[in-house]
Design a protein around this ligand. Structure first.
Ligand code: G6P
Ligand code: MG
Length: 220
């Protein structure tokens, strides 16, 4: 029986992918590195340090661990500054309505994001009130596709994985949900999240009504 929902943040509640892209692009330009939207797609759901390693490898660049950390910090400073522009108008269509309904219907709700900036993003959106538990990049050490962040959320909600549905837009995120024994809703194209239990193109279609219909008796 489903009692809780765990949401990824970037690409599910709001689209920060563009802001992450701009920040990585600025850093790459400064470094003389190649970086485009195709490479950016590979960073979806991936932690900050794993992301910079993907960009470094893509450029065959030799960089010390210390320098990598410095570059990741620079990128983060650019990204965090850009979050100041974010407002409650920046929910992905359907996300705010879904979170509101889950509250009204008494479901427990957790955030399960890899981002260490989750609190700031939620604050900018005015979304903190929708969550009983906030699991972010500071809550666990192993990032997706390890299930740890979702297991943390479920444990804090005092629920078992099989009582929770995870919403994810990243391949690694759906992998993490499945590895933890959670039900999953994939947001995005088949080639990215087709391995989720249920898939919708966008959050707009992923309503509580549709999810209840898709999972049927799990909601009885
Ligand atoms: C999310 C995003 C990733 C990002 C990661 C870490 O999973 O999808 O693109 O790299 O969070 O975010 P942070 O804000 O901690 O750099
Ligand atoms: Mg995401």
């Amino acid at each position: 029986m489903i009692k809780g929902f765990i949401f990824d943040l970037d690409g599910v509640i709001t689209d920060t992918a563009e802001l992450h892209f701009q920040a990585w692009k600025k850093l790459s330009d400064d470094m003389g590195w190649q970086f485009d939207r195709e490479v950016n797609e590979r960073l979806r759901g991936v932690s900050r340090m794993d992301s910079i390693n993907i960009i470094r490898e893509h450029n065959n660049a030799e960089v010390s661990e210390e320098k990598l950390l410095e570059l990741a910090t620079l990128k983060n400073d650019i990204y965090v500054a850009s979050l100041d522009q974010m407002t409650p108008d920046d929910y992905l269509p359907g996300a705010q309505e879904l979170l509101t309904l889950l509250r009204q219907e008494g479901f427990l709700v957790a955030l399960g994001s890899a981002s260490k900036n989750s609190n700031k993003v939620l604050k900018q959106l005015g979304a903190t009130k929708f969550f009983d538990v906030i699991g972010d990049g500071n809550s666990v050490s192993k990032s997706k596709p390890a299930p740890d962040i979702f297991l943390f959320g479920a444990e804090q909600l005092k629920l078992k994985p099989e009582q929770c549905i995870v919403y994810e837009d990243a391949e690694a995120g759906v992998d993490a949900a499945k590895a933890g024994g959670f039900y999953s809703v994939g947001i995005g194209p088949e080639e990215r999240v087709g391995h989720a239990d249920v898939r919708f193109e966008t959050m707009k279609e992923a309503t509580l009504f549709e999810v209840k219909s898709a999972f049927g008796e799990l909601f009885d």
